[in-house]
Design a protein around this ligand. Structure first.
Ligand SMILES: [Zn+2]
Length: 325
């Protein structure tokens, strides 16, 4: 396994990794090649652009069984000993956490032109608390990417193995219009600001800050006052983070449901869609062509309303957050 790791993370080393992997790994090469001619359609939800990507290779992730029994029964695909031998990676360790090693891997089932999976070297649960600074550090190390996190019950297909993902900057519709949405100030401390989004995005808080400590404290605050089920480790959250002009922007999508009703509906009404950070960031993934063809603005609006918390719930959470920040 040590042979598969290269001790550096930089734009150059990532580019070398992509070049090498697309030569040596057939699955990755074929899927990145397919992505170049993937069908995409554009829809407007409340005036904001969303895209739908028809991506058959994502069927594995969209239909992944993530209940405890299924997870226990499978071999973890993010553990080093179970990954394909041909899959190489770059090691990444943050200076403040030298014992926490990560491996930066090419995602062989891409949505983005450049798509990374960044698992912990150690098999441990998907859990954001205590790891927000790492997310910020990765976003700074990867200026050409948006780094994202899917909670264990709302999008992660390996809820038992801690990981982030990252995808090419400039790809998500969210990047085009996040500064244009109407939003309300929740809290401002120095240069750090928390916003509640009022349109275009559902169930969303945005944090802009030059301090990873502040960003981390927002997540800790959210978790401390959130109402989530006993036995769960955290509320359902999808996070998207980028670093531009020496500041981080974090989008926090607060969920109330993993999969929408249409995922389970039999017959013609069925749409196999399992929303996670990328979908909420404006690019919905349909692995089946029938769904790609039929999905409409109304379907996407309905899915967003079902899986994200309501405006009233978000307002309540924002008020609680305000009182503790
Ligand atoms: Zn694992």
């Amino acid at each position: 396994m040590a042979d598969n790791l290269i001790n550096q993370l930089s734009s150059e080393s990532l580019e070398r990794l992509f070049t090498e992997q697309l030569i040596s790994w057939d699955v990755a090469r074929n899927n990145y090649k397919s992505l170049e001619k993937v069908s995409v359609k554009e829809l407007y939800i409340d005036g904001f652009l969303y895209r739908v990507q028809f991506n058959p290779a994502r069927i594995v992730s969209s239909s992944a069984k993530v209940d405890n029994a299924s997870i226990q029964a499978r071999r973890c695909f993010l553990c080093g000993e179970n990954r394909p031998l041909v899959q190489k990676g770059l090691t990444y360790t943050h200076s403040s956490r030298p014992s926490d090693e990560f491996v930066v891997l090419i995602n062989p089932f891409p949505i983005f032109p450049r798509h990374l999976t960044i698992p912990s070297a150690e098999h441990k649960d998907q859990l954001i608390e205590g790891n927000v600074e790492l997310m910020c550090a990765l976003a700074r190390e990867l200026p050409d990417y948006t780094v994202f996190y899917n909670g264990p019950k709302c999008g992660a297909s390996a809820p038992d193995h801690f990981h982030f993902q990252a995808g090419s900057r400039g790809f998500l519709p969210l990047e085009l219009w996040y500064g244009k949405v109407r939003r309300e100030l929740v809290s401002q401390i120095g240069n750090s600001i928390i916003w509640r989004v009022l349109e275009g995005l559902y169930g969303t808080l945005q944090v802009e800050s030059d301090s990873p400590d502040f960003i981390s404290s927002v997540i800790t605050g959210l978790i401390s006052q959130a109402d989530f089920s006993a036995g769960d480790s955290e509320p359902m959250l999808n996070l998207l983070c980028w670093y531009r002009d020496e500041r981080w922007t974090l989008h926090i999508f607060i969920r109330k449901k993993h999969r929408p009703d249409c995922y389970y509906t039999p017959g013609d009404e069925n749409i196999l869609i399992s929303p996670a950070a990328v979908d909420l960031g404006g690019t919905f993934i349909t692995p089946l062509e029938k769904d790609f063809r039929k999905i409409s603005e109304n379907d996407i609006r309905s899915i967003l309303q079902q899986v994200c918390i309501s405006e009233v719930e978000l307002s309540d959470i924002a008020n609680k957050l305000k009182s503790i920040m």
